[in-house]
Write a protein that binds this ligand. Structure first.
Ligand SMILES: [Zn+2]
Length: 203
C-alpha cells in the first residue's frame, strides 16, 4: 500500500476511531478490532495498493520505481548529489523538492535544510561546489533527524497534527531576525512556492 497525505491528510489508529471523524477516505479494520483510518476533508490524499508479485497495481509499482533517493539513506552521498544535480537548470530548492531526485522533502523542510547548509534557495543546483554538496548532505541529515524527534515529542503519541515551532526560517514573520547571524529573514517566490531565507548567511 502506498499513501501520499498531500497537504491535509491525516492518519489515525485505534479502537473504533472511524466513527467520530470527518473526511473519512479509507478505513482498514483488523481482526484485533483496531482501525487504521485515512482522513482528508480536501480529498487530495492519494492511496493505492499493489501486490509484490506484480499481479495487482503494476502502474503504481512503476510510479514508485520512478521515485528518487531516500534523504536519510547512507547511499545518498555528496557525490550522488553531484550526479543528480549535474546538468540540472533548476534551483537547489526545486531539486530538493523534486521527488524524482529525492523523496519526501516539501516546502518547509527544503527551506530549513538550505538555511542549515548556508545555501540560498535560488542558487542553481548544478553550481554547488563539493564543499557545498557536502554541507547540503550534512544539513539534510541534521534537519530531518532533529525534526523527526521534535515532531514525535510534540505530538505525544498522536498520529496527526502539526508541530513546527522549532523551525528556523520557514514561515517566520516578515523581517524576523535570523537565529544564526541576526540578518533579516526574507520571503521570495520560487516556482510559486513561498520560500524563506537569510540573505546575509545563505549564499
Ligand atoms: Zn543569517
Amino acid at each position: 500500500m502506498a499513501v501520499h497525505l498531500m497537504m491535509y491528510g491525516e492518519i489515525r489508529y485505534g479502537i473504533d476511531v472511524s466513527s467520530a471523524v470527518k473526511g473519512l477516505r479509507v478505513c482498514l479494520r483488523f481482526t484485533s478490532g483496531d482501525e487504521l483510518v485515512f482522513l482528508d476533508m480536501s480529498a487530495w490524499t492519494k492511496i493505492g495498493y499493489y501486490s509484490e508479485d506484480g499481479s495487482i497495481g503494476q502502474g503504481m509499482q512503476r510510479r514508485l520505481a520512478m521515485l528518487g533517493h531516500e534523504p536519510l539513506d547512507a547511499d545518498l552521498t555528496p557525490e550522488v548529489l553531484r550526479r543528480l544535480f549535474a546538468g540540472e537548470t533548476k534551483t537547489v530548492k526545486e531539486c530538493l523538492m523534486d521527488h524524482k531526485l529525492i523523496i519526501g522533502i516539501g516546502n518547509a523542510y527544503s527551506d530549513e535544510i538550505l538555511w542549515q547548509a548556508g545555501i540560498a534557495p535560488m542558487r542553481q543546483a548544478a553550481s554547488l561546489s563539493p564543499e557545498g554538496l557536502h554541507g547540503l548532505r550534512s544539513a539534510m541529515q541534521t534537519v530531518l533527524v532533529e525534526a523527526i524527534d521534535k515532531v514525535r515529542i510534540g505530538l505525544q503519541g498522536q498520529t496527526y497534527g502539526e508541530v513546527r515551532d522549532f523551525l528556523h526560517v520557514h514561515s517566520r514573520p516578515k523581517k524576523k531576525q535570523c537565529d544564526r547571524c541576526g540578518g533579516l529573514i526574507e520571503r521570495v517566490e520560487i516556482k510559486t512556492r513561498g520560500s524563506y531565507f537569510c540573505p546575509r548567511c545563505q549564499k
